[in-house]
Design a protein. Structure first.
Length: 235
């Protein structure tokens, strides 16, 4: 006889994500169970928890953080994930990013707290390619705008300070802060990172819009050029 598949309603309450969450709290749910709550329904004879487990096996790193790296199209290529479920998962990752950025409050002076900046942009560590972000700061070093300058390669896409300061002037920046990620997970600055940062520092000093820091995001690690002394070191 073939295997009988139990529906979610036929499972014991302790094995259903919703009931388990109510009884014990969301912290006890596995990654697959958390995803099952978002996905809501199964597909093709699979329960939502089984579908969620299948999703986890096909995303980068086979862990829930891999969702940050997946586009709408890539999600829809997964068996059992259609347009609506892909949208739900994409919205989940965007909510997570925004929550990360709002944890520390707008009153924090970012230039004095590189660890806070790094934590707010922690989701960049999940990107498969290098992304460069420019933070526009006011006279109190509070963020007035957050711009994505490139998504590909820090050195190739941002070969000159021109684009940085075009945007800085356009958005009336008093000072600026740069961030980019290293997909390898190692945030140690390369020689090219250091050379380009020096050029940005020199240009900023010349036109009166200083670079207060350049932060590289790695895997649960970061490097602040200001904190580590790279802004003063010779190339």
């Amino acid at each position: 006889m073939g295997k009988t598949i139990q529906t979610m309603k036929e499972l014991p309450a302790s094995e259903r994500p919703y009931e388990k969450c109510v009884m014990y709290g969301p912290q006890v749910l596995s990654d697959a169970e958390l995803l099952a709550v978002i996905i809501r329904t199964g597909c093709g004879g699979m329960r939502s928890t089984e579908l969620a487990q299948k999703v986890l096996q096909h995303i980068p790193g086979k862990r829930i953080g891999g969702l940050f790296q997946m586009s709408q199209e890539q999600l829809q290529e997964l068996e059992g994930i259609g347009r609506v479920k892909a949208i739900q998962l994409r919205c989940l990752t965007e909510i997570t990013k925004r929550m990360m950025r709002s944890l520390d409050g707008e009153e924090i002076l970012l230039c004095d707290n590189p660890a806070i900046v790094a934590r707010a942009y922690l989701s960049m560590r999940f990107l498969e390619t290098e992304q460069v972000r420019l933070l526009i700061l006011d006279g109190k070093n509070a963020v007035q705008d957050d711009l994505e300058l490139s998504n590909g390669s820090f050195n190739a896409s941002l070969a000159a300070p021109r684009e940085i300061f075009y945007n800085a002037l356009k958005h009336k920046a008093v000072s600026i802060l740069l961030l980019h990620n290293h997909p390898s997970g190692d945030p140690t600055p390369s020689k090219d990172d250091i050379i380009l940062t020096k050029r940005i520092i020199e240009t900023g000093n010349l036109i009166g819009i200083p670079l207060v820091d350049h932060i590289i995001i790695g895997d649960n690690r970061y490097v602040s050029f200001r904190e580590s002394g790279y802004m003063d070191k010779p190339v």
